[in-house]
Design a protein around this ligand. Structure first.
Ligand code: GLA
Length: 370
């Protein structure tokens, strides 16, 4: 049997660092993707090769061991096998040929696409059917518990459930979701990869999660009611907390509460076809990520500030975990060239390598051809 899977990357339009705070996010799947060609083989061995010769490896489904230190690409594949089998799905041996057009480590979910791509291939080869939302959750548990990265649910959900021409509004507490038409017409989404290595991202990401958890504990004591997450706070409650919360925890919490509010407003703007308001909210989101949540970096700020000063740009913000990676710009189609040029010039003036640009529409989520 042969299966071909396309698993897209994702760009988050708004709602950053809110998923693990049980808040709202609004990503869209994008055209750069992971492509998996899979054939079945007898027994319980899986052989996998990524992007051509030289990067081939194999493992047994009966001996799935988590990585001891820095995970490599095949650990994500092993992780989904582990999560699927733990959930009671029995897989079969397979040969996986994997290619990717998603830049790795750029904040466009190359790992979630690899997880969902491998999972969909293996599930189909084994003759199983699993709903996309369950696939997303299994892949997230592979990343959390096997690979050892404490990500939220946004990336896997966007990759599994993205839809062409739609943004995905997701409530990360209930996992209820809504597709919102992303009617771009004379506008475009321009993704700019700063190409800054995100070497600090994992430890800083985990620290942000811990800070949010610490804030929830202190707020629960002060407010005298049980709090599950920052999602449970109103804007009044958090502004009132400035007097007793340590400054750092106050900033983190204020950002999260405000960002949740922005996602809801952005969804309303998009439903009404008001891209100007959407763009303004993107700018406010970036300011919060830079000043309060402190996960931006000088090159992401440079992209956002340079873009914001260009005619025809509606909004710009960093996207993904931050500390490098990509920014996303919403702009008029006719402004793409000049904006790209201005960003290139700004990078060159500061002696940085040229950024990479991707123009994309909202793409479909995982697709399987048998
Ligand atoms: C990474 C994580 C996501 C999310 C974003 C920040 O992409 O994988 O779960 O937390 O960072 O919004």
């Amino acid at each position: 049997m042969r299966v071909r899977v396309i698993a897209p990357g994702r760009v988050n339009l708004i709602g950053e660092h809110t998923d693990y705070n049980e808040g709202f996010v609004m990503p869209a799947a994008i055209e750069p993707s992971v492509f998996v060609e899979a054939t079945s083989r007898s027994g319980r061995m899986v052989s996998a090769r990524i992007d051509g010769p030289g990067r081939a490896t194999s493992f047994s489904l009966d001996r799935l061991l988590p990585p001891r230190r820095n995970p490599v690409w095949v650990d994500y594949v092993k992780g989904v096998c582990w999560a699927l089998e733990r959930a009671g799905y029995v897989l079969r041996g397979a040969n996986l040929e994997i290619k990717s057009t998603i830049p790795v480590g750029a904040g466009l979910s190359s790992s979630a696409a690899l997880e969902l791509g491998a999972a969909a291939a293996l599930v189909n080869l084994a003759g199983l059917t699993i709903r996309p939302a369950e696939m997303a959750m299994l892949c997230r548990s592979a990343e959390n518990e096997f690979v050892g990265v404490r990500c939220g649910i946004m990336d896997q959900f966007a990759v599994a459930l993205g839809r062409a021409g739609r943004a995905l509004l997701l409530d990360c507490r209930s996992l209820a979701y809504e597709y919102i038409p992303l009617v771009l017409e004379r506008y475009r989404l321009l993704i700019v990869d700063s190409r800054v290595s995100r070497s600090l991202a994992a430890s800083a990401y985990n620290r942000r999660r811990e800070e949010c958890e610490a804030a929830v504990q202190q707020l629960a004591v002060q407010l005298g009611r049980p709090l599950r997450s920052l999602r449970d706070l109103s804007l009044e409650e958090i502004t009132g907390a400035q007097s007793y919360l340590p400054d750092l925890l106050f900033k983190r919490s204020l950002y999260v509460v405000e960002e949740n509010g922005r996602v809801i407003k952005a969804a309303a703007a998009l439903r009404g076809g008001d891209l100007h308001t959407f763009g303004r909210l993107m700018g406010l989101s970036h300011a919060g990520l830079r000043d309060l949540y402190q996960v931006s970096c000088p090159l992401l700020d440079l992209i956002v500030d340079t873009a914001a000063a260009c005619p025809g740009v509606l909004g710009a913000r960093m996207t993904g975990a931050g500390f490098g990676g990509c920014a996303v710009v919403l702009l008029e189609a006719k402004a793409v060239e000049l904006t790209g040029e201005k960003i290139r010039e700004a990078f060159a003036r500061q002696g940085w390598p040229e950024p990479r640009f991707y123009l994309t529409a909202a793409a479909p989520g995982v697709t399987v051809e048998i």
